[in-house]
Structure formats: structure tokens, C-alpha cells
Design a binder for this molecule. Structure first.
Ligand code: NAI
Length: 790
């Protein structure tokens, strides 16, 4: 073909990347790998290996060690052994190691990119231009944090030994997201890569050797889910960081419930890609190519649900189909292809099965006439239209190059459809109107929203989910907090086990005392559904009164009321602050009678302290309400990313048992200041304080439903709260058993759980009892990316 002919047809010829350097590297290891433990290559104790396959050819690339519980144990011990030495280094020394790793990644970037592509099937264009540069960026960024750690996080310490489990879709990038912040904060690491893509993690182990990283600081154990499970269950691990499927995330939540392991989960998504009628449609179509066909759609934050405004749906679909016809599916090492291979046969089968199910449910499947390779695991770019919002293809993560399209009429409907999912990882919003785009971004329940852009990542910008997409953030300052804890918290003594109270409920119709205490739900005093009360006795055994005995139904009513009051989140912070000040004013006017009543339960001294500090705490959180701001990041593109502190939603609170008033307010106030609504179970010891509290709330302009109070048996009510799908989070402060129950039972909808880990918290001490430690848990960060320039 002549140059002129080529110029007219504009057809691509093959542009294969040379894999020789990577193959040489594999040859050096004779295509057979051991674990990397304690700075050395260690053969698996049980001698088992498994194959890793090139999905574009089906050929075996190498054999990799299958990690057993013994291997995991050896790695955890190595990490534990290295911990003290690593932590005793100056932060500057740790910064230098991270910097050296960043440089080393850059020096070997092409080899790593090719290796990634061979193992995973992703286009070399992506591994070369996106994955590996982001890996280097992550290590540079965290080298910076290592340097600044002591200045920026005084009083904090590392969690210790961290177990990290990563998926196969961005193998080296996910490793970087895990290892860089863990090392920067002084932790040591055992990382398990995914079974389909272990090679770049092993190549990274070699980089650790090359930079002379102290032995045992990074350990890599390869294997399948059973290896991951052994790591999760290992008692020597202090924190688990996991990225993968929601199902496994749920299992890990349950498996870690009875331990003090800190947990962060980055799980699946079904992210909306919303295009309004005033959007630049050509840009939006290019955005879609990146949103759903990047990495064959095997992206947790893929824009897999297309929501088009009805008036442009036809025009947009045509443009999209035309563009899809130009996508090139082919050998991943070809530099001119757009879509590579699917990672493994099971994944391809899953995509096929879900698409068939979607079609059976009424979706119309469209695929372009594109050339497909004759061997290997490939799937055509696919558009499903006529998709019902409840269809499996609109609800379940397909994790493949499949776009499910729906239409909407109004911005409000777009938001409702966007939020009609159990997930909440990301969203993409396209409109030329800044008002429409930002108003939509604000209403979407997701950890990342890209305006007129998609799939942008940077180490400085936190990434992570709302709802069943998990909790915790990776990247940014908030990502570091996942690997740190206040030193006082880690060192606090364990609370003794709470003795469960016995005693028959008494008939509420026959009150023995003159004061009626009720539940407080939706701004109204309510009788308990059970019709029972329970006796409350003071220090000397004297009957102080009877408290209503809340049950499952009362909690359900309270959750409904809390959900209805969600406009509290949109109330201006200035106004929320005023309500808290007003509560303080009214509480302080009742100080004498409150102290008197509380004295009977906790003694005079404690009562006086509790009341006085409660007023102060109210002032503190009123002060914080309009000051706990987010941040604006400057990623290295023409974008700003606004890290907004958003409330979690409706939160169940189990209050500390020994401080009826101060304990209640210390947990409820930061949540309410942040814009959450609350269902609180007051201390079982003296729930009678409820009556004083709601009388104060009623006279302080607190909107009904923002704080709901259901007294009763703590253990029983906690179970109902933890299992309730209408709650977004649980804060539970009690003994270790109570905390474990909260974690285990909340796995259903993966609500965020924050507990005192069964430790004794000194709520009288300002450092332990109030402030940013609480507020950080009362918010979740949403990053809204906005491009600028032409
Ligand atoms: P997966 O969640 O099973 O695997 C992720 C990682 O967890 C791997 O390293 C695996 O070995 C490990 N693992 C598996 N079971 C474990 C257990 N019980 N305890 C500890 N670790 C365990 O994901 P899989 O099976 O590879 O993919 C299935 C589906 O999950 C995909 O189709 C996709 O929908 C979703 N997925 C989502 C990802 C995300 O980033 N959100 C990443 C990978 C998969």
C-alpha cells in the first residue's frame, strides 16, 4: 500500500511493543517465583505453585507460589520483626526509601508496563501511560508525607503490621495505593496480590531489594482467596486494607469483627455517567470511551450506567455507536489498540452471563462490527439500551466493557436514578452549566464525582466509596489516617466486660414514681411499643425511676424519623451552629436540677463535672460546625479537585455506659454538627436523662428527627441498629463484645462502624473526648473534580 493510499484509508498497522526486556526478566527467575518474605525469596512451605496466564493468548507466563497459612505466618512475623526498626528511623530516612522506590519505578517503567500488560491483558498504552506513571506519582507523593509526618500528625502512631489484599484490575497501581501510605506512616506490610496478576508485585519486591529497603518492611505472599483469608484472620495483623468485590469485603468485615484490626474496604461500584442535554456531546462520548472501555471496563469506578437526558438520547446514541465502531479490540501489546483482553475465563463467563440475563430482562444489546482476535479472552464493546433501572445489568457490577443505558427527563430524576444503587463509588456528570453540574454532584452519593471528565486519579485526591462501595479513603491526607491512630487511643486500657442486667420489665401502666420518661422520636415524645418499662436504681440501690423499654419497632420508627430529617445536612452550618449554642444555653439553665438528678446515678462529683463539661462540649461543636472544612487539591492536570466533607447520613449511636450525659453528648454532638441525623441508645445505667435531654432539645429549635432517643437494653437495641439497612453508620462505645457485635452485624449493608475497640476513653479529658478525632469519623470525603481551561 502506498503512503497516499494509507493516508486516505487512515488504517492502523500493527505497532507491537517489544516484550523482550520483560521476558528476560522472567527468564532470570526461570518463570517460577517464590514468596518475598523478610527480604528474601522463600519457597512456599507446602511446595505448591499455580500458573499465571497471558489472557490474550492463553499461554502460561510463569508459575507462582501458592501461599499457605504457614507462609502468611512467616510473612507476618517478618513484618512484625521489622516494625520497630522501621519506626525508629527518622521520618527523613523513610522518605528517602519511598523516594528511591519512586525513582526505581520510573527507571524500570517500560519493563513494568509490559509485564503488567502480559499478565493482565490491558492495553500497553494504558499500562505505559496511566498505571505506571501513577504508581511513581504515588510513591513520590507519599515520600513527601513520610517527610512531613511528625509535623502534620503529632501524637499519632502507625497501626503496626498491615495486611493488604489487592485485585487484578490495576495490579501495580493498587499495590502502590496500599504500600506507599502504609510505609510513609511507619507501618510494615504483608501484601497479597490477586491470583491472576501476581507478577508486577513480585517485580516490585525486587525493586525493594534494589533500594535496600530494610528486610521485612515489605513482604509479598502470592496465592488465591485462601491465602487472603489466612492473612485476614492472622492475629498478628493490626490492620487490613482490601480492594476487591463487595462480597469478599463483607466476608472480611465479619472475619475481623472480633479483633481490633482496623479495616478499610474499597469495593465495587455501578457508577452513573450522567449526560445533560446541554453537554458537549462529542466530549461526553470521548468521556464514555474512557469511562467504560478503559481497561476493558474492569474498573471499580467505571461509568457503567449511562443516564442520558431524554431529549438528546437518540442523537447521543448514534454518536456513541459510531464511536464504538472505531474502537480497536486486539493484542494488548499492540500500541494502537483500544480494548485488550479480559483478565480470565471466569471473568469473561461472568460478563457473558450477566449480559444474557440483562437481555432476557428486556435490554437491547448492540455491538459494533469490529474485528476480533482469533484467540484469547476478548469481549466486544457493548451497549445495552432499554434497560430498566431494576434490571440486573443496571444493578450489578459487570466489570466488563458493557454500558447499560437509561434515560431521564429532569435533573431531579437523574439524581434519583444515579442514587438508585447499593453502591456509591463514583459518578461522572456532563453539562456546560456549572450550576447544573455542581448541584448534581452535590446530591450524588458517591466518593468521587468527575464533572465533564471521568476516571481521573491522583495521589493527592482521596478515593473511596459511600455505602456498599466500602469505607476509608486511599490517597490524600485522609488516606494516611487509615494507617494511623492517636497514640492515646492505642494505649487506652480495656474496659471490663459489662455485666448484663437482669430484672423483669415492669408494667408501664403502673408507674411507681411521679416522672414519666418517654422515647423521643421525630421530635415527639413517644410511648414504647412494648408497653414496658424497666427500673433504674441509683448507686445505693434506691429506685430512681422507670425508663421505657425500647424495642425493634421503636428503633425502626426512629430510623425512619432520622431519614426524614436528612435536610439537616443541607441546613447552613451557621444555622446548625446556632441550634447547638441554643441547646448549650438551655442546658446550662437547667444545670442545677440536672446535676441533682444525675448525682443519684453517678455521684455528686461526676454529675457536676458531666453537666459543666457538657455545656463546654456543646460550645466546642457549635464552634466546629462551620469550621471543619474540606480542601481544594491541585492534581497535576488542568483540574481542581474539591474535597468536600459530607455527613454520613443517618447514624445509630450506642452511648458509653458510664457517663449518661457527657457520654451521650460526646458522641451525638459531632455527628449532628456534621449534618448527620442520629438514633441514639442512651446509657442503660441511667437512661432517665433522656427526658431532660428532649425537654432541652424541644426548647432549642432542634428540628424533629435530627436526634432520636430510644432507651432500652443496649445489647438488644444495638443488634437492631447494626442490622438495619436504613442506617449508614454505627458508632458503638462499649466493651469489646459489644463492639464486635456492632462490626459483625453491620456487614449486611456494609455500614461504617466506629467503636472504642472496647477501650476506656477519658471523656473528661478534652484531648480524648472531643474534637477532630470525632469529626473525622462523622464525615466522609467526596472529591469533586472540575476541569478548567478550553
Ligand atoms: P475478589 O474480591 O474475589 O478478589 C480480590 C482479591 O481478594 C484477590 O486478591 C483475592 O485473592 C482475594 N480474596 C478472595 N477471597 C478472599 C477472602 N475470602 N479473604 C481474603 N481475600 C480474598 O474478586 P474476583 O473474584 O477476582 O472478582 C469477582 C468480581 O469482583 C468481579 O467480577 C468484579 O465485579 C468484582 N471486583 C471488583 C474490584 C474492585 O476494584 N472493585 C476488583 C476485583 C473484582
Amino acid at each position: 500500500m502506498s503512503v497516499i493510499e494509507k493516508f486516505t484509508s487512515m488504517e492502523y498497522g500493527p505497532a507491537p511493543e517489544d516484550p523482550r526486556e520483560s521476558l528476560k526478566w522472567l527468564d532470570r527467575y526461570k518463570h517460577r517465583f517464590s514468596h518475598f518474605i523478610g527480604g528474601a525469596w522463600k519457597a512456599p512451605r507446602k511446595g505448591q505453585h499455580f500458573e499465571t496466564i497471558d489472557p490474550s493468548t492463553g499461554e502460561k507466563i510463569a508459575e507462582v507460589a501458592q501461599g499457605s497459612a504457614e507462609d502468611v505466618d512467616a510473612a507476618v512475623k517478618a513484618a512484625r520483626g521489622a516494625l520497630q526498626g522501621w519506626q525508629s528511623l527518622r521520618s527523613h530516612a523513610r522518605a528517602k526509601y519511598l523516594y528511591a522506590l519512586a525513582r526505581q519505578v520510573q527507571k524500570h517503567s517500560r519493563r513494568l508496563a509490559v509485564l503488567e500488560t502480559i499478565d493482565n491483558g490491558k492495553p500497553i498504552r494504558e499500562s505505559r501511560d496511566i498505571d505506571i506513571p501513577l504508581v511513581a506519582r504515588h510513591f513520590y507523593y507519599h515520600a513527601g508525607w513520610a517527610q512531613l509526618l511528625e509535623q502534620e500528625f503529632p501524637g499519632y502512631q502507625a497501626c503496626g503490621v498491615v495486611g493488604q489484599i489487592i485485585p487484578w484490575n490495576f495490579p501495580l497501581l493498587m499495590l502502590a495505593w496500599k504500600i506507599a501510605p502504609a510505609l510513609a506512616t511507619g507501618n510494615t506490610v504483608v501484601l497479597k496480590p490477586a491470583e491472576y496478576t501476581p507478577l508486577t508485585a513480585l517485580a516490585f519486591a525486587e525493586l525493594c531489594e534494589e533500594v535496600g529497603l530494610p528486610k521485612g518492611v515489605v513482604n509479598i505472599v502470592t496465592g488465591d482467596g485462601t491465602t487472603g483469608e489466612a492473612l485476614v484472620k492472622h492475629p498478628g495483623v493490626d490492620k487490613i486494607a482490601f480492594t476487591g468485590s463487595t462480597e469478599v469485603g463483607r466476608a472480611i468485615r465479619r472475619a475481623t469483627a472480633t479483633s481490633h484490626k482496623k479495616l478499610s474496604l474499597e469495593l465495587g461500584g455501578k457508577s452513573p455517567f450522567i449526560i445533560f442535554d446541554d453537554a458537549d456531546l462529542d466530549s461526553a462520548v470521548e468521556g464514555l470511551v474512557d469511562g467504560i472501555w478503559f481497561n476493558q471496563g474492569q474498573v471499580c469506578c467505571a461509568g457503567s450506567r449511562l443516564l442520558m437526558q431524554e431529549s438528546i438520547a437518540e442523537k447521543l446514541t448514534k454518536k456513541l455507536q459510531m464511536r464504538m465502531g472505531m474502537l480497536r479490540v486486539g493484542a494488548p501489546l499492540d500500541k494502537a489498540i483500544d480494548i485488550g483482553a479480559i483478565v480470565a475465563r471466569v471473568q469473561l463467563d461472568r460478563i457473558e452471563r450477566l449480559v444474557q440475563q440483562g437481555v432476557a430482562e428486556g435490554a437491547v444489546c448492540w455491538q459494533p462490527e469490529v474485528l476480533m482476535p482469533s484467540r484469547g479472552l476478548y469481549y466486544k464493546p457493548t451497549l445495552l439500551s432499554n434497560v430498566h433501572p431494576s434490571s440486573i445489568v443496571a444493578q450489578e457490577e459487570i466489570f466488563g466493557p458493557v454500558l447499560a443505558a437509561m434515560t431521564f427527563r429532569t435533573p431531579q430524576e437523574a439524581v434519583e436514578l444515579a442514587n438508585n444503587t447499593a453502591y456509591g463509588l463514583a459518578a461522572s456528570v456532563w453539562s456546560e452549566s456549572v450550576n447544573v453540574a455542581l448541584q448534581t454532584a452535590a446530591q450524588i452519593k458517591a466518593g468521587v464525582v468527575w464533572v465533564n471528565s471521568t476516571n481521573l486519579f491522583d495521589a493527592a485526591c482521596g478515593f473511596g466509596g459511600y455505602r456498599e462501595s466500602g469505607f476509608g479513603r486511599e490517597g490524600g491526607k485522609e488516606g494516611l489516617r487509615e494507617y494511623l491512630e492517636p497514640a492515646w487511643f492505642s494505649q487506652s486500657p480495656t474496659l471490663p466486660k459489662t455485666k448484663s442486667k437482669k430484672g423483669d420489665p415492669v408494667d408501664v401502666a403502673n408507674p411507681a414514681i411521679d416522672r414519666t420518661v418517654k422515647l423521643y422520636i421525630g421530635g415527639k415524645q413517644a410511648r414504647p411499643d412494648s408497653g414496658y418499662s424497666f427500673e433504674i436504681r441509683g448507686k445505693n440501690g434506691k429506685l430512681l425511676g422507670e425508663s421505657p423499654l425500647g424495642n425493634r419497632k421503636d428503633i425502626r420508627n426512629a430510623v425512619e424519623a432520622a431519614r426524614k430529617a436528612e435536610s439537616w445536612a443541607r441546613t447552613a452550618a451557621h444555622n446548625r451552629a446556632q441550634v447547638l449554642y441554643y441547646i448549650a444555653e438551655n442546658l446550662s439553665q437547667r444545670a442545677a436540677e440536672l446535676t441533682h438528678r444525675l448525682s443519684a446515678a453517678v455521684g455528686k462529683k461526676q454529675a457536676a463535672q458531666e453537666v459543666q463539661l457538657s455545656v463546654e462540649r456543646l460550645f466546642s461543636y457549635a464552634a466546629w460546625t462551620d469550621k471543619f472544612d474540606g480542601a481544594v487539591h491541585n492534581p497535576p492536570f488542568r483540574n481542581i479537585s474539591m474535597a468536600m466533607n459530607e455527613p454520613l447520613g443517618a447514624v445509630g449511636v450506642v452511648c458509653p455506659g458510664d457517663l449518661p450525659l457527657l457520654g451521650f453528648l460526646s458522641l451525638v454532638l459531632p455527628l449532628v454538627a456534621a449534618g448527620n441525623t442520629v438514633v441514639a441508645v442512651p446509657a442503660e445505667k441511667y437512661p432517665l436523662i433522656t427526658a431532660d435531654l428532649y425537654q432541652v432539645f424541644e426548647t432549642s429549635d432542634l428540628p424533629g428527627g435530627v436526634i432520636n432517643i430510644v432507651p432500652g437494653r443496649t445489647t438488644e437495641l444495638l443488634k437492631v441498629l447494626a442490622e438495619h439497612d436504613g442506617l449508614d453508620a454505627i458508632w458503638c462505645f462499649g466493651d469489646a463484645e459489644l463492639c464486635a457485635t456492632a462490626k459483625a452485624l453491620s456487614a449486611g449493608n456494609l455500614k461504617q462502624v466506629w467503636t472504642n475497640e472496647g477501650r476506656q476513653i477519658d471523656f473528661f479529658a478534652q484531648r480524648q473526648g472531643e474534637g477532630s478525632f470525632y469529626l473525622q469519623h462523622a464525615y466522609q470525603v467526596k472529591n469533586i473534580w472540575v476541569p478548567y481551561g478550553e
